[in-house]
Design a protein. Sequence first.
Length: 300
Amino acid sequence: MFKNARFFRLDTPFALDAAALEARLGERRFRPCGPIETATLGWSAPLGEETAGLVHGVGGCLLMCARKQERLLPSAAVAEAVDERVSELESGEARDVGRAERRRLREQIVTEMLPRAFTRSRRTQLYIDTEAGWMVVDAASEKQAEEVVSLLRETLETLPAKLPDPSKTPSTVMTSWLLDGTAPPDFVAGDACELRDSDDSAGVVRCSGQDLASDEMLNHIRAGKRVTKLAIEWDERLSFVLAEDLSLKRLRVGDALLEEMDDTDLEPAARLDAEFAILALQMRQLIERLDEVCGLLSTD
């Protein structure tokens, strides 16, 4: 269901229930781009467009989905059209087109081309764990996550959500796990990692399908590189790549937890509901463990 996870700590308990949150999100329901709009952003049904609800609650967790639609205007096509228009003016009127006029021509051409441009949509799921006080966003980048969090903040008019500020640097913790073999038994390192020089971000070693306990890999760490990303299997329940900013990528629920669903004939929405229930519970417990390992304190 979620392929990524970025955590935000809620400074105060989330006061809205599913019905109240549904009403607030309805005020910013997603709508397609208009003829001359470059992008729109709003709330969509988290269990699929065939369902109506904008909020799906399970076990104290409220699932939502932000949808962004953009009109695709290739910059090369715009630049070519501008050059053609400038060439026509310069040859037809025997004069040079200045920079300010060229900008106005570009704006005019973009306005003309927008209604004919194709559109592309991107959906970003997120949920608030009202019991544990965390928000989890399925975003591959910090920019994508912040865009969705900003939308929710604007929709609710307030949202005291902050990125965690761990008391122990995740990079230092992961480096110690590999170099000193100090990883807890429920955090098993996989076969992929990213290493960076402590004093030079350009010095990067990325490996996949490697024995991370080999001398070849450990020598990089002994030489001063630190672990910035590490593939982990947690307690045979979740697998993911943990990054130094505590974001998760390549998130996957363990096969054993999904076996029961594979034996039943579930409708798509019902399957998503079951998958979310499993994921939310495991994520709640994983965040508790990360709190114990790194100390996930909120920023001021």
